[in-house]
Design a protein around this ligand. Structure first.
Ligand SMILES: *Cc1c(COP(=O)(O)O)cnc(C)c1O
Length: 377
């Protein structure tokens, strides 16, 4: 079933990675629980030992590959979490003496990764996501890491422009595509060497599993990442992989509703006097909108904004009824949190990251406006 190249995202999503129909077999085969497989004679693939390969992963990897690069031959590797996928690319590609460029405003675990890389003698340079500052630190770098839109600030990097400059400088480019999902942007089409994501978020969308993936075109790069997975063993369980594949069928339905809800919430927030710094790449007035529109097909379900202070933000979160006060994002149930409570991001005390779920738009906007009224003053 690799005939979905010309089809729409919804059609592709419901069929992604499914095997050819076999009489009396299910549409999506169930999870295969196996530490090892029957293997008489020469130990050749595809299925030998459960840390190297599993048929449930194969189906999911095929599905993600079809979404990341429709109609193209790519390799996808699934991991136990987004961080396992990120670490696999960085630690399989970088050697002592190499230089890497990381975002200064990216995911909150990146500073921990930075310290680990530096302890191996890898030079880490940083640049903010927006504004092309990466261009001035690329010389001699082996890898440029982009996270766009960035979490939690929602800045957008000009991927095509940065890829052209990085490749000219001899650097590989990896894009953390967690926030957008492949329905929002396709990093490989924009020229990146690796598309990496935490599928814990919008990709699977139910807040009930952790998962990550790496997709790339180049077989040699993929082999390095595969070997890293084998060495570290950060593999997803078959149940998680199967739940993820099942969840992909509704990806377009979920993401479209979440994007529409995020836009409606961002617009409503923009009307409020106590709210400042509303960021959503889909807002025409957003500083990232022009760049986002050139490379994104959907703007994602996350909005960020700032209330006057910590107490105001806490009252607001407390007053919400349809929005869970929880970390993470991208789920079918709206969630929000005061990012400052973690201490890792450079954000004001009243800064809120809001993840729009799949509720009815009017209900969600009404809940946000009521919570703002109740938490005022
Ligand atoms: C959540 C997140 C990660 C880490 O993913 P896990 O699945 O929690 O390991 C990495 N990058 C971004 C942008 C994220 O939002």
């Amino acid at each position: 079933m690799n005939s979905t190249t010309a089809m729409g995202d919804g059609t592709r999503a419901v069929r992604a990675g499914l095997p050819e129909p076999v009489k009396y077999e299910p549409t999506l085969p169930g999870p295969v629980f196996a530490a090892h497989f029957h293997l008489p004679g020469e130990p050749t693939g595809p299925y030998t030992y459960g840390r190297d390969s599993n048929p449930t992963w194969t189906g999911l990897e095929r599905a993600i590959g079809e979404l990341e690069a429709p109609g193209e031959e790519v390799e996808t590797l699934v991991f136990a979490s987004g961080m396992a996928a990120i670490s696999a690319v960085l630690f399989s590609q970088l050697r002592t003496g190499d230089a890497v460029v990381l975002p200064s405003d990216g995911y909150q675990a990146l500073p921990l990764v930075r310290a680990q890389l530096e302890s191996y003698g890898i030079e880490v340079r940083t640049a903010p996501t927006g504004g092309d500052a990466q261009l001035s630190v690329l010389a001699g770098a082996r890898l440029l890491w982009i996270e766009t839109p960035s979490n939690p600030g929602l800045d957008v990097a000009d991927v095509r422009r940065l890829v052209a400059a990085a490749h000219a400088a001899g650097a590989l480019v990896a894009v953390d595509n967690t926030l957008a999902t492949p329905l929002g942007q396709r990093p490989l089409e924009l020229g990146a060497d690796f598309s990496v994501a935490s599928d814990t978020k919008g990709m699977t969308g139910h807040g009930d599993l952790l998962l990550g993936h790496v997709t790339c075109r180049d077989a040699e790069l993929a082999a390095g990442v595969r070997q890293w997975r084998k060495i570290v063993g950060a593999i997803p369980g078959p149940m998680e992989a199967w739940l993820a594949h099942r969840s992909l069928a509704t990806l377009q339905l979920r993401i479209d509703r979440q994007c529409a809800n995020a836009l409606a919430v961002a617009r409503a927030l923009g009307e409020r006097r106590e709210v400042s710094g509303v960021r959503y790449p889909g807002l025409a007035s957003d500083p990232s909108h022009t760049v986002a529109t050139r490379q994104m097909r959907r703007y994602g379900g996350v909005v960020s904004f700032t209330l006057p202070d910590r107490e105001h933000a806490e009252r607001f979160l407390d007053a919400l009824r349809l929005v869970d006060d929880a970390t993470s994002f991208g789920g079918v149930r709206s969630s929000a949190e005061r990012r400052g409570r973690w201490g890792g991001d450079a954000v004001p005390e009243g800064f809120i990251r809001f993840s729009a779920g799949a509720e009815d738009t009017d209900d969600l906007v009404a809940d946000v406006l009521r919570a703002l009224d109740e938490s005022a003053g």
